[in-house]
Design a protein around this ligand. Sequence first.
Ligand code: NAD
Length: 360
Amino acid sequence: MSKQYRITLLPGDGIGPEIMSVTVAVLKQVGEQLGIKFEFQEALMGGAAIDATGNPLPDETLTACKNSDAVLLAAIGGYKWDNLPRHQRPETGLLGLRAGLGLFANLRPASILPQLIDASSLKREVVEGVDIMVVRELTGGIYFGQPKGIFETETGEKRGVNTMVYSESEIDRIGRVAFETARKRGGKLCSVDKANVLDVSQLWRDRITQLAAEYPDVELSHLYVDNAAMQLIRAPKQFDTIVTGNLFGDILSDAAAMLTGSIGMLPSASLGASGPGVFEPVHGSAPDIAGQDKANPLAQVLSAAMMMRYGLNEPEAATRMEQAVLKVLDAGYRTGDIMSAEMKLVGCQEMGDALLQALA
Ligand code: NAD
């Protein structure tokens, strides 16, 4: 009996539609091989949605996402929408999607592929063997805390305000995801905070420390965020799983991303307690190369593989997609962002064709 999944596709802006089209072709081919049927429905999000409706996350889009088995998002944003009021910006749509689907956990792997080790800007001996998972809290912290806004004081001077806030239950649920993740990996968890300065971080540290009693097989450590940033660049191999709040996770996961040499290679998964997850590349919409067939589609394809593994429980499909990615890299295919000497420079579309061949 063939299985069927309804997938909402959000191609978004910039290079989004280019990398999405490659990924859908890959999914279709894997689906045919394994007897998996996809019902794809495309919806508007980000700048494209602003242009069509004035809203970066139209109600129909959120409803379509809620009614699907998984959501595959490419990237949103671009110069054109940078100066709109905040509630109309593409990023506001992204925050709304995460909140609307209750996606409180963001998993970002950053592992060095042997084929791309020279793409890293760090020395080979520093990055060889790096395999990190950053677990970032996604629906709380300073990006959502109230009060927020730009307010006028009595003197007429403006004040910008954001509030960093975490409740015990928010810390516990992301903490549990992180401990469970570490348990399935190398058994080491590093919690990152700024407890020397921030009260909210002190509560974070206290709760994570208490939770550790439930996971005696996981080795817990703590780092202040400034030190964590330094250690990630100095000696990244010391890390296995990292757990941190929304703001610190946003920054550290990009730093971890760059260890691997290209942001164009990194997938992510955002999960809630139940319901569809959102699977998307770590990179943005790369407006500087949009529409030029230069985008690297591999992070999008690897995000779809995470969707198959973590969202739809189809590990065989995920493995086939991941192996196809390794195969095209072994065969020397490279987009501009990961290009090195003696490799074959290809565009987004040609990389897609190579993936289909590798799958066949
Ligand atoms: P970016 O990730 O879009 O681009 C950074 C650099 O990496 C650029 O030089 C770009 O060409 C390159 N790059 C990114 N992805 C690539 C790929 N797949 N293949 C080849 N090269 C790639 O980040 P940015 O320039 O800071 O942001 C551009 C826009 O994207 C902004 O509007 C930003 O708000 C938005 N953004 C969206 C998301 C998202 O959708 N989740 C995430 C980050 C940024």
